[in-house]
Design a protein around this ligand. Sequence first.
Ligand SMILES: C[S@@+](CC[C@H](N)C(=O)[O-])C[C@H]1O[C@@H](n2cnc3c(N)ncnc32)[C@H](O)[C@@H]1O
Length: 292
Amino acid sequence: VVVERDASRTAVVVGQGRAVAHERLAVGRFSDPTAMGMLRDDERVVVERVRAAAPPAGWRDRMDFELVRACGEVMAPRTVAIDDAVRDRPNAQVVILGAGLDGRAWRMAELADVVVYEVDRPASQQDKRDRVGDLRPVAKSVHFVPVNFGKDDLASTLAAAGHDAHSPTTWIWEGVVPYLTRRQVATTVRMIGDLSAPGSRLVVNYQAPAFTAAAGRLAMRAFATIARRVSPLSGEPNRSSWTPRAMAQMLDRAGFSVIRGRDLFTIAGELSMDVHQSRSLRSGCVAVAERL
Ligand SMILES: C[S@@+](CC[C@H](N)C(=O)[O-])C[C@H]1O[C@@H](n2cnc3c(N)ncnc32)[C@H](O)[C@@H]1O
């Protein structure tokens, strides 16, 4: 059962992954100077250890170290693929679905004339706002829109925040689909379709079915139980995976055509990254779809 009142912990882990990757992985193509600043002091300790390649002695701390290290390797190609897709179709509004600690509105100069809407569960969003503090966005403006996919109505809350469904939108849906049921994903895609004028773009990151990824998560939970720690993944279990074909068909039904689809392993190769997590990189996918 997802504890609705708590802020997302997976959002912190991926933020730690970006802070690990910054100026260390895919240098020249990946950069996220906002990531470290959004972490709390205790969350930075493990990041600094990974950056210094100094694994801790105790095996409990070693578990956190390995999780964050692995996450850095996933975040670099994932971020680059999504940033590129946002840059090469400039739309005046960007909606980030399940924004977590996404730093784009604070770091992407290309968003200077763009209105950004950050959609997230209320608890996660409040946590993000506390972390951002008075850091000034580089985007034209940022609007926080509290929505729980599957429960709240995305259309009316976005409209109330100022989103214009009659002009094109770029939608970013990164690291969220796995936490939603197939039904919640399909419902949200339909809603996105209804709010997308021609010229809109949907950039979606999802997991393809992979036994090894599922086994990895089970192992992580088992280790956490033995270590008497709450796994960062325990409140946000994996609920859906999609083959690229099933994802393309669902997007097609909502009026989007996939123009580019790649897995993170391929993207990491294009970035000449030296990878250790080839299995989890192969099951992570980014699709770029357009509404004609
Ligand atoms: C792994 S984090 C990814 C955050 C961010 N997109 C990134 O890639 O850094 C998952 C995010 O999805 C959000 N999320 C999960 N289930 C959700 C739901 N039912 N409705 C709205 N947001 C949800 C969480 O609050 C969290 O911010």
